[in-house]
Design a protein around this ligand. Structure first.
Ligand code: ZN
Ligand code: ZN
Length: 109
């Protein structure tokens, strides 16, 4: 039953992009927090895509999404809202990168 899913290369890339955004609350260096799965559909079935960046304090500190979820969400938005924000930011970075690669006339995989 407990099927451990190893992250694929694309998933790992995504996770490092999420972390590189920095904490959603304070912009400090972040780890990824896997949010409670929600039905996202459209090629986003993997839990690895349902992650948001949070620093150690906001992730697992005294006032964090793990220890004070209700208060935390009331203050900073729900996990779902934070996920949308995270994906949007990555999308923006991605668009900028694609544009840059296109103009270089080179596509390094
Ligand atoms: Zn933080
Ligand atoms: Zn977490």
């Amino acid at each position: 039953m407990a099927k451990k899913k190893v992250a694929t290369r694309l998933e790992r890339e995504h996770l490092s992009k999420v972390a590189s955004l920095g904490c959603l609350v304070c912009q400090r260096p972040a780890n990824v927090h896997h949010i409670r799965p929600i039905g996202l559909g459209i090629g986003m079935r993997s839990g690895h895509y349902q992650t948001i960046p949070l620093c150690r304090d906001h992730h697992q500190g005294q006032f964090s999404i793990h220890n004070c979820k209700k208060e935390f969400e009331a203050m900073y938005g729900t996990e779902h809202e934070m996920l949308q924000k995270t994906l949007k930011e990555i999308e923006n970075i991605e668009e900028a990168n694609n544009f840059f690669n296109y103009n270089k006339g080179e596509n390094n995989d």
